[in-house]
Design a binder for this molecule. Structure first.
Ligand code: SF4
Length: 353
């Protein structure tokens, strides 16, 4: 069960239970490149991104936020490192949330200035603790980088924010080690009830990063931890959102879109099921209706699975048997399976699934 957390509002998106777990990504265009940043955000929105983070590296980036906001509808988060003045600046241009790592902002009086302005403007702040930027004292006390050191670092910052009366906080405890990330979140969640932004930082390229993210984020979500998430990939940010959506769908924490159940194939399969499953998946990717589609290679498990789905196909003898809500609707030759299945999926989606 999802753990209870405070609710923080980021523009139109609420983060915290009981609100849906939101998906974030980050633009790769320079923020001052307004045209490309807007285009990228619009593409991210289209694939299901709920919030987007922008790197604010200088004043020009901060100013660009004002114009970007006019062309997109999802909330914008300003990612600030080192220079507290940029955090102050970007709040003048309509940013919906700030992400800082107080560990690299410098002295506490600089963080205090950010807190005061954010409180005035009612802009929430994510305190992003990173395994690479824990202060030396804490590292000495806890003998290096470990979950207890991460938690001590986060609590030190949270305590500082709270002493300034600021509670509009989202917390993240990211590391590139999956076990360290899981343990750090588990421990911090025993101490505070702020909403958690979860993810595995620097998870890697598409293949490795997707798997590591799925394991880490999946483990946390299964423990009820996580109110917003980012899958960090060395890849197109659109893929971050797609992977994030699949992680949430796999745990039945989000629905929408076509879910394909397909068998791994074996010596019993007489059609090119890999091609069929991939091609069908590609052609139906933009359908929003929540439909379960089974694509099975033979009549052993095929009809059973296909019958449980909204629509499905079980192949055999170079043919495909099409099932809809448990009833056989037709038999089609192998070369027509993809077209016929996609046609039926589109028709069901058009009829509200
Ligand atoms: S459904 Fe049939 S073809 Fe697919 S893995 Fe199972 S036995 Fe093999």
């Amino acid at each position: 069960m999802r753990r209870h957390t405070k609710v923080v509002s980021v523009g139109s998106v609420m983060i915290g239970s009981p609100h849906p777990i939101s998906i974030q990504s980050m633009t790769t265009a320079q923020t001052k490149d307004i045209k490309n940043t807007i285009e990228q955000i619009q593409r991210l929105e289209k694939v299901g991104c709920d919030l987007v983070r922008l790197a604010i590296r200088d004043e020009e980036d901060a100013r660009a936020v004002e114009r970007i906001k006019k062309s997109v509808s999802i909330p914008l988060i300003g990612d600030i490192h080192y220079d507290y003045r940029l955090a102050l600046k970007v709040m003048d241009y309509g940013i919906d949330k700030i992400r800082i790592n107080p560990g690299n902002i410098g002295s506490f009086d600089r963080t205090e200035k950010i807190i005061k302005k954010a409180a005035d403007r009612q802009i929430p702040i994510r305190i992003g603790v990173n395994s690479g930027s824990i202060n030396k004292e804490i590292l000495r006390k806890y003998r290096g980088v470990n979950a207890r050191a991460m938690v001590a670092s986060a609590l030190e910052y949270i305590d500082f924010f709270e002493r300034h009366g600021f509670k509009d906080i989202v917390v993240s405890m990211k590391a590139s080690s999956v076990p360290l990330t899981i343990e750090s979140y588990r421990l911090i969640c025993e101490k505070v009830d702020y909403p958690m932004h979860i993810g595995i930082t620097e998870a890697g390229t598409f293949f490795k990063g997707s798997i590591w993210s799925a394991v880490g984020i999946g483990a946390l979500l299964s423990m009820g931890i996580g109110d917003t998430l980012r899958v960090s990939l060395t890849d197109d940010p659109l893929n971050e959102v797609k992977v994030a959506k699949e992680i949430l769908k796999s745990l039945e924490l989000r629905d929408g879109g076509v879910t394909i159940v397909s068998c791994p194939t074996c010596g019993r399969c007489t059609v090119n099921l890999i091609e069929i499953a991939n091609e069908v998946e590609k052609r139906v990717k933009d359908i929003k209706a929540p439909l379960k589609v089974a694509i099975m290679g033979c009549s052993v498990n095929g009809p059973g699975e296909a019958k449980e789905a909204d629509i499905g196909i079980a192949s055999g003898n170079k043919m495909g048997v099409l099932f809809k809500k448990g009833t056989i609707i037709k038999k089609v030759p192998e070369d027509k399976i993809i077209d016929e299945l996609v046609k039926e999926i589109q028709s069901m989606a058009g009829n509200g699934g």
